[in-house]
Design a protein around this ligand. Structure first.
Ligand SMILES: *[C@@H]1O[C@H](CO)[C@@H](O)[C@H](O)[C@H]1NC(C)=O
Ligand SMILES: *[C@@H]1O[C@H](CO)[C@@H](O)[C@H](O)[C@H]1NC(C)=O
Ligand SMILES: *[C@@H]1O[C@H](CO)[C@@H](O)[C@H](O)[C@H]1NC(C)=O
Ligand SMILES: *[C@@H]1O[C@H](CO)[C@@H](O)[C@H](O)[C@H]1NC(C)=O
Ligand SMILES: *[C@@H]1O[C@H](CO)[C@@H](O)[C@H](O)[C@H]1NC(C)=O
Ligand SMILES: *[C@@H]1O[C@H](CO)[C@@H](O)[C@H](O)[C@H]1NC(C)=O
Length: 481
């Protein structure tokens, strides 16, 4: 009965305390020796202490001093009859919220159970649950639950942990509680431009790369490319973002720093210039968390007119020659140039027009069309043929067609000058009209001169007649008298 009614003792001792330092008195009824009670210290750290009657003293030496960096515990075990189960205190087993940024090895929450017999309680984590690997309890009777590894809101937002509270008695009565752990989103993700371009097949937690935005703008047209959207990678936080255009795009575009609305501040001028600029989205609350992507602007030509050939048929001549390839010529031995004119362009030349011949010649590719509009004949002794030349505007998809008749010349024969076929006709026609006009003018001049001469001659003859008449009057010798 002298052993009953004992209690736990809590004592503190300074580090580097001398040998024999008083630690605590054990309170028992009466003097141990005469009453036949034997006191003993037990446990791993028992040799750090010695007993003097009912007084516990420090057992240290010069070579063995207490230091704070170690932990020593004595457990006083008092046995009693035990008939009650421990009970968790309700408020310590409520759902808890833990930030995903909580430090590993820190205490994330504390559970506590009580026992009517006031026994020491040992807390044990049920390792059969999958989430138990995230937690541990280092000091079995503390109830301090420690985080073992990093939490990640992006992969797991809720966890379950079962903890046993067990009495440290031979009966090992226990009780268990399940605790819901809600993981809170911490700011550990960067913003992402939308839509997400997934790098992996994982549909639940895709890893995104930023999209590259492209937009078509028609030359000399005001146009609003629209809204660009990025989201915070921490969906639980959804921090507001700030949009900026990083690289100087000569000020053509403007982005609203809050909404991401992109507008053009002036017209796109240079058709062949393809502005590319960098867009940045950063968190307003933490500018170090940002993401960058590119935007490519394609400036398209205005398209009011389709390309057109200036004739529906062309004639080309290929001389018989030993050369392996030569230009196909037209009348007057000039190179045959087949260019489609696009009136959207000042000089009529649309650089996006692609030329091809149809049908394509068989494997030897006898004729080849350059992108400047010349036709090259390959090989000699080519047969005469008729082909279609197709000009395609690769920007608008518009197509122009014309026919080319290719005539094979005899050896030594020259391409004829022609008034009737091909392109020379027009210029020669102009010459003929001009020549005709000049000739008509000269003839007219000649006619007028002749008329004047005739008039003059007639006058002169009349005058002579008159003079002759007057003469005869003066002399009174009228021919009729
Ligand atoms: C501890 O017990 C000893 C002898 O029993 C006594 O002299 C001493 O005053 C006690 N110390 C304390 C702090 O109670
Ligand atoms: C005191 O510590 C020494 C070791 O440093 C040990 O040999 C000795 O047994 C201890 N004394 C008691 C009473 O535990
Ligand atoms: C808890 O007690 C039950 C019996 O009531 C026992 O089956 C179980 O193993 C105990 N659990 C632990 C962790 O001691
Ligand atoms: C966002 O733009 C507004 C004007 O549009 C400007 O007043 C404000 O300073 C900008 N905010 C930042 C953070 O640059
Ligand atoms: C037709 O176009 C070609 C260039 O493709 C040019 O050489 C020729 O003079 C043009 N003909 C006329 C009648 O405009
Ligand atoms: C932009 O124009 C090109 C052809 O020039 C076309 O292939 C592309 O689909 C267009 N893009 C958009 C976003 O309209």
């Amino acid at each position: 009965s002298s052993c009953l009614g004992g209690e736990d003792i809590f004592a503190a001792v300074r580090e580097n305390s001398p040998d024999g330092q008083f630690i605590a008195n054990l309170s028992i009824a009466g003097d141990p020796r005469p009453s036949g009670i034997r006191l003993a210290l037990s446990g791993d750290s028992a040799d750090w202490f010695s007993l003097e009657g009912n007084t516990i003293r420090l057992n240290a030496s010069f070579s063995r001093a207490l230091d704070r960096e170690s932990e020593y515990r004595i457990m006083a075990e008092i046995l009693n009859e035990n008939d009650n189960k421990p009970v968790f205190m309700e408020e310590t087993v409520q759902p808890v919220a833990v930030s995903e940024l909580a430090a590993v090895n820190s205490v994330v929450f504390v559970v506590k159970a009580v026992d009517a017999d006031e026994d020491t309680i040992v807390y044990v984590i049920d390792r059969s649950l999958p989430d138990s690997s995230y937690f541990r309890i280092d000091l079995p009777n503390s109830g301090d639950v420690i985080l073992s590894k990093h939490l990640d809101y992006e992969t797991k937002t809720q966890m379950q942990l079962a903890i046993y509270a067990e009495m440290n008695t031979p009966e090992k009565y226990n009780t268990s509680a399940t605790i819901m752990i809600n993981v809170l989103d911490g700011d550990d993700q960067y913003p992402q431009f939308q839509p997400c371009v997934p790098l992996t097949q994982d549909a639940v937690h895709p890893i995104c790369t930023n999209p590259i935005y492209t937009v078509n703008v028609t030359e000399a047209h005001q146009f609003s490319p629209g809204r660009i959207r990025a989201v915070d990678g921490d969906r639980g936080l959804d921090a507001p973002l700030l949009y900026t255009i990083l690289s100087a795009d000569d000020g053509c575009f403007h982005i609203d720093n809050q909404s991401g609305e992109v507008t053009m501040s002036r017209l796109a001028e240079h058709r062949l210039l393809m502005p590319t600029f960098q867009l940045q989205a950063s968190q307003v609350d933490d500018p170090r968390k940002y993401t960058i992507t590119s935007a490519v602007v394609r400036v398209l030509a205005q398209n009011h007119f389709a390309p057109q050939f200036n004739s529906s048929t062309y004639v080309g001549f290929v001389p018989q020659s030993r050369e392996s390839s030569m230009l196909v010529s037209t009348h007057g031995n000039q190179a045959l140039l087949l260019q489609a004119i696009d009136r959207d362009f000042q000089d009529g030349i649309n650089p996006k027009v692609h030329y091809s011949l149809w049908p394509k010649s068989n494997n030897t590719r006898l004729y080849h069309m350059t992108q400047e509009g010349y036709v090259i004949a390959k090989g000699n002794l080519l047969p005469a043929s008729e082909k279609q030349v197709i000009a395609t505007d690769q920007e608008s998809g518009e197509v122009a067609r014309a026919t080319v008749e290719i005539v094979a010349l005899q050896r030594g024969e020259r391409a004829p000058w022609s008034l009737f076929g091909g392109q020379k006709r027009y210029t020669l026609h102009v010459d003929v009209v001009l020549a005709g006009g000049i000739m008509a003018a000269v003839l007219l001049l000649l006619l007028v001169t002749l008329m004047f001469l005739l008039l003059w001659l007639v006058r002169r003859w009349r005058q002579q007649q008159d003079v002759a008449a007057k003469d005869s009057v003066a002399q009174g010798k009228h021919r009729n008298v």
